[in-house]
Design a protein around this ligand. Structure first.
Ligand SMILES: C[S@@+](CC[C@H](N)C(=O)[O-])C[C@H]1O[C@@H](n2cnc3c(N)ncnc32)[C@H](O)[C@@H]1O
Length: 205
């Protein structure tokens, strides 16, 4: 099994325990990030790497939601969540690096804690931009390389385990790539000694 296959197998296996694991991480590290991202979503929304659908209850009621993920097991939980919320969400399996949508399909593309796992982060971001309509919003939240030197060392040590095990990186940072890809940065917030970053960017008209 190569690293990519191991990562795919990891998320399949992790699906059942994911919400409980995230509940702990959420309280300690990520508080408010999902709300920040979802409250900014408008129109036709694509969530890339929707996972078990933890963001679904947080979107404004008027947006039309599509979610994709590589893991069928994660998506099965997202489907149950959408049903229990009474929320219509188009959920489908796919790869973030080759999104199965035409150019300029969505008003908003969201990714929370997924770009850290996509094997080629730049390609994933290029795909997000491709499917955004001109003027559309890219909304991200993720753990990124910290500004605090000690924490940064901890992140490098942690990913020495998580990259081979589950394909998860702790020292990436999407923001400079988002700028390189020609998007305008509307707002950003960085918390936890720089280790968590939220980004709201706009595809120019
Ligand atoms: C840490 S979980 C985040 C899930 C969700 N976004 C959240 O905020 O809870 C990472 C997710 O990325 C998905 N993923 C990893 N690589 C992917 C890829 N290439 N294409 C689509 N989804 C991918 C995994 O299956 C998993 O559901």
């Amino acid at each position: 099994m190569n690293r990519d296959q191991r990562s795919a197998a990891f998320w399949q296996k992790e699906a059942r325990g994911y919400d409980a694991m995230m509940a702990v991480a959420e309280r300690r590290f990520f508080a408010g990030a999902r709300e920040w991202v979802c409250s900014r979503a408008v129109g036709d929304v694509l969530e890339v790497g929707v996972g078990t659908g933890l963001n679904l209850p947080l979107y404004p009621p008027e947006v039309q939601l599509t979610g994709m993920d590589r893991s069928g097991a994660m998506l099965a939980i997202a489907r149950q969540r959408a049903a229990s919320l009474g929320r219509e969400v188009a959920l489908m399996e796919g790869d973030a690096m080759t999104l199965d949508f035409p150019d300029s399909t969505f008003d908003t593309v969201v990714s929370t804690y997924t770009l850290c796992c996509v094997p080629d982060e730049r390609r994933g971001l290029q795909e997000c931009v491709r499917v955004l309509r001109p003027g559309g919003r890219l909304l991200l939240a993720d753990h990124v390389v910290a500004t605090n030197p000690l924490l940064k060392v901890g992140e490098y040590l942690l990913q020495a385990v998580t990259v081979p095990l589950q394909g998860e990186w702790f020292t990436r940072r999407p923001l400079p790539m988002v700028r390189d890809l020609g998007l305008e940065i509307v707002e950003t917030e960085r918390t936890l000694h720089g280790a968590i970053e939220r980004v709201h960017a706009r595809r120019p008209d």
